[in-house]
Design a protein around this ligand. Structure first.
Ligand code: UD1
Ligand code: CA
Length: 455
């Protein structure tokens, strides 16, 4: 098979986004759009990938990392000029080059593959991926002759009245004979409405040399939308969300309201998980079989076991065991490890803590920098006082301990195995194994005093 190359155009600023963030770094379902493009390209065999960077080059290179080579386009003089920057790397090669815009994140590897195959089958020098747009405004139009052959592409801003009526658009994705591409690029001028060197002009140049040019018309316009502003960004988000949710449902996940469920592209979910409305699951989260999530739950970068129940809660960067019950209204902050069969109730905040099997923190507690053993009961209103205003300190609660309600545990402190802390205690000394610790003022009852006061 001929060698395959890819050029990804990602140097533009994205003026129409009106943003500090460079366009191709804007996320779609939590992943920068250029990453979607590259990960779909990675699904087909590509021998060499070159990404053209310019605005925010450093950030874009950092984001993409070693998945591609990079060339800097110092000045953004147009898409044709952008591809030309890859000349030194690619122009001597024989093979096929796919050019893809960094702002079309919805095109799938399957479509790229079909485009390649069409191009190779037809033996063309150039093949444009085209689509019929319900509203072609802003896109380059594909102009065909009487024999229905592609003649050229005209940009919206350069199009005549009649040309604007054409609904077949250039998706900005093409396959080229590599050498023919770099030869033709030398002839591209910037004599047009935007004063830019347009890549699509290569089509007309090749046609004038009587080279074979073809179009591969996809019937899925939605997949090809180019994101130039935030209105289209929101549309892309919606399409991507639907696509991801559909995949999970087909794999045996119940999503009660897919329109109101947001699952990132790197999330893995096992069979028979149920996701209730308003849930946002993102990052590298995995969720085990039979777990129930939501409603209104946010989970980022967590590993969640089987048969857990997590309601109306926020979980970040944590590890949750099997059959754990969390919420409603719990906040599980990074580096927390919750073992199997634990119960975390409402208005409980956990941070950088380990909770042993079968333990319970059922209501209104803050547990930070703490190690809790097995079968510990943490009473309502317990606070680990982990911060002295300068440093953080650790609390340790050993197996089978019972912490009474409204206890303050002033760290560093440790509570021994099987110990009991009386409700309302403020503990600042270690409590030995099997001890009962009471640290509060004694109660005095003054008989008859209340009615005297009220007189
Ligand atoms: C481009 C096409 C248009 C097509 C549309 C599809 C041209 C001239 N027009 O228009 O026919 O219908 O895409 O979405 O190609 N870029 C660079 N360097 C530059 C200019 C652009 O790297 O000097 C990059 C941008 O970062 C972007 C991509 O090329 O990722 C496309 O540029 P953009 O300005 O968005 O082109 P469109 O106007 O959308
Ligand atoms: Ca665009």
């Amino acid at each position: 098979m001929a060698k395959r190359f890819a050029v990804v155009l990602a140097a533009g600023q994205g003026t129409r986004m009106k943003s500090k963030l460079y366009k191709v770094l804007h996320p779609v379902m939590g992943r920068p759009m250029v990453q979607h493009v590259i990960s779909q390209l990675k699904q087909i065999q590509i021998d060499e990938m070159v990404t053209i960077v310019g605005y925010g080059a450093e950030k874009v290179i950092e984001e993409i990392g070693n998945k591609s080579e990079f060339v800097i386009q110092e000045e953004q003089l147009g898409t044709g000029h952008a591809v030309q920057q890859a000349e030194a790397l690619l122009s001597d090669e024989d093979g096929t080059t796919i050019v893809v815009c960094g702002d079309t994140p919805l095109i799938t590897g399957k479509t790229y593959k079909e485009l390649f195959e069409h191009h190779e089958r037809e033996g063309s020098k150039a093949t444009i991926l085209t689509a019929k747009a319900p509203d072609p405004t802003g896109y380059g139009r594909v102009i065909r002759n009487e024999e229905n052959q592609v003649e050229r592409i005209v940009e919206h801003k350069d199009a005549s009245h009649d040309e604007l009526l054409v609904d077949e658009i250039n998706t900005g994705t093409y396959c080229f004979d590599n050498k023919a591409l770099f030869e033709a690029l030398k002839e591209v001028s910037n004599d047009n409405a935007q004063g830019e060197y347009y890549l699509p002009d290569v089509i007309e140049i090749l046609r004038k040399k009587s080279e074979k040019v073809s179009a591969f018309l996809t019937d899925d316009f939605e997949e090809t939308i180019g994101i130039n502003d935030r209105v289209v960004l929101a549309q892309a988000e919606k399409i991507m969300k639907r696509r991801i949710n559909m995949g999970h449902m087909k794999n045996g996940v119940t999503i009660i309201d897919p329109d109101n469920t947001y699952i990132g592209p790197d999330v893995q979910i096992e069979q028979d998980v149920i996701i209730h409305p308003g849930s946002i699951i993102s990052g590298k989260t995995t969720i085990g079989e039979d777990t129930e999530v939501g409603p209104h739950t946010e989970i980022t970068d967590c590993v969640i076991g089987k048969s857990a129940i997590i309601k109306q809660s926020v979980l970040i960067g944590s590890n949750i065991g099997n059959e754990v019950i969390i919420g409603p209204y719990a906040y599980v902050r990074p580096e927390t490890i919750i073992s199997n069969n634990v119960k975390i109730g409402h208005f409980v905040e956990l941070k950088k803590s380990t909770i042993g099997e079968e333990s319970k923190i059922p209501h209104l507690s803050y547990i930070g920098d703490t190690e809790i053993g097995r079968n510990v009961n943490v009473g309502c209103g317990t606070i680990t006082v982990n911060y002295d205003g300068k440093d953080k300190h650790k609390t340790k609660i050993e197996d089978d301990a019972f912490i009474g309600c409204n206890t303050n545990l002033i760290a560093p402190v440790s509570i021994g195995e099987n110990a009991i802390i009386a409700a309302g205690s403020t503990i600042n000394k270690n409590v030995p194994k099997d001890a009962l610790s009471i640290a509060r003022a004694r109660q005095t009852n003054k008989e008859g005093y209340a009615s005297r006061l009220k007189k």
